[in-house]
Design a protein around this ligand. Structure first.
Ligand SMILES: [Zn+2]
Ligand SMILES: [Zn+2]
Length: 323
């Protein structure tokens, strides 16, 4: 073979170069990348650096990893790091900029107003500690209407934590419908929230990476009887946080599995039963918006409002990213 083709991009890397600088700047501008969205970025940078055209399809995951590890060496003194996680539904690897030390809500203070930050906190409370994450309704998402209503709700946790009789209900974080909607759009744009086709807001992979520790600390607790009340749960197969997927048919069992993790898991286990309580796993008990959309009350509500009834709600893929 005479022509070995162009040198792989990763092999031509030296120290921290203009190319690395350009990559980090491009990453900071986007906050989130996948291999697919990184390819044209790295191809453009390589084209300039090498003085010849580099195609996006020539960029490999190794090239991306080289750029990310170089970027992380620069980010580490700033307590920032590019980490990756899998999207719970598409299984695509998502790279996001994560704050490694400070409280994630405090960190928002640089870009959001105090009222907006309290609104975000109330959104999280409503997602993880409200009616949509209680009992069988393990939805951990909010409809558009619910997300806007949060803007008009009082800051529940704050008034609860203080002396209830002495504390006046707080008006902090009260956003009117228009402001709440603008804030939701901002959170979508910046990759903190995802909106499903049916209009439900949920946390994005980026938000879950950034907030995982904080969510566990805030919403998982023992009650007075020493019983665990874990609102934030983890997939039994991949051990990652789960906000959309399946749950054990036995209500009191804590086993959860991502949809994408089930097939492999049950094949390895050689039986389609719950690994904890051995109940037969029917795949009909949901975590995420399906916990709402498969309910009879939701379906009849949609029929009343003129939507075509869906005969088999299980067949429809839910929550496929931004609209
Ligand atoms: Zn999993
Ligand atoms: Zn079980």
């Amino acid at each position: 073979m005479a022509d070995l083709g162009p040198m792989p991009v990763s092999m031509s890397m030296g120290g921290y170069t203009d190319a690395n600088r350009a990559f980090l700047q491009a990453f900071l501008a986007r906050s989130v990348l996948t291999l697919e969205t990184a390819k044209p970025v790295i191809a453009a940078i390589s084209t300039v650096r090498d003085g010849r055209e580099v195609q996006a399809q020539d960029i490999t995951v190794d090239d991306l990893n080289h750029y990310i590890s170089a970027a992380n060496r620069k980010l580490s003194p700033l307590d920032l790091e590019i980490r990756s996680t899998f999207h719970q539904q598409t299984r695509e690897r998502v790279y996001g900029l994560v704050n490694t030390t400070s409280d994630p809500l405090t960190q928002l203070a640089t870009t959001y107003t105090a009222d907006e930050i309290i609104y975000v906190k109330k959104l999280l409370d409503a997602m993880f500690d409200g009616q949509n994450n209680k009992g069988r309704r393990e939805a951990m998402c909010l409809s558009g209407i619910e997300a806007i209503q949060v803007g008009r709700a009082q800051n529940r946790r704050e008034t609860q934590d203080g002396n209830e009789n002495a504390t006046q209900p707080s008006a902090a974080g009260m956003l009117g419908a228009r402001d709440a909607e603008a804030m939701l759009n901002k959170l979508l744009d910046e990759g903190w929230l995802e909106k499903s086709r049916l209009g439900f807001y949920s946390l994005s992979p980026r938000a879950l990476m950034e907030l995982k520790g904080w969510l566990v600390e805030t919403y998982n607790e023992e009650d007075e009887d020493g019983q665990r009340r874990d609102k934030i749960k983890f997939c039994h197969a991949c051990k990652e946080i789960i906000t959309v997927g399946q749950r054990c048919p036995r209500r009191e069992c804590s086993c959860r599995l991502h949809d994408i993790c089930t097939q492999n898991f049950f094949r390895m286990q050689r039986s389609q039963t719950c690994p904890i309580c051995k109940t037969e796993w029917d795949g009909q008990h949901y975590v995420g918006e399906k916990a709402i959309t498969t309910s009879e009350s939701y379906q009849s509500g949609r029929r009343r409002s003129g939507h075509r009834p869906r005969v088999d709600p299980g067949a429809e893929h839910s929550g496929d990213g931004n609209d």
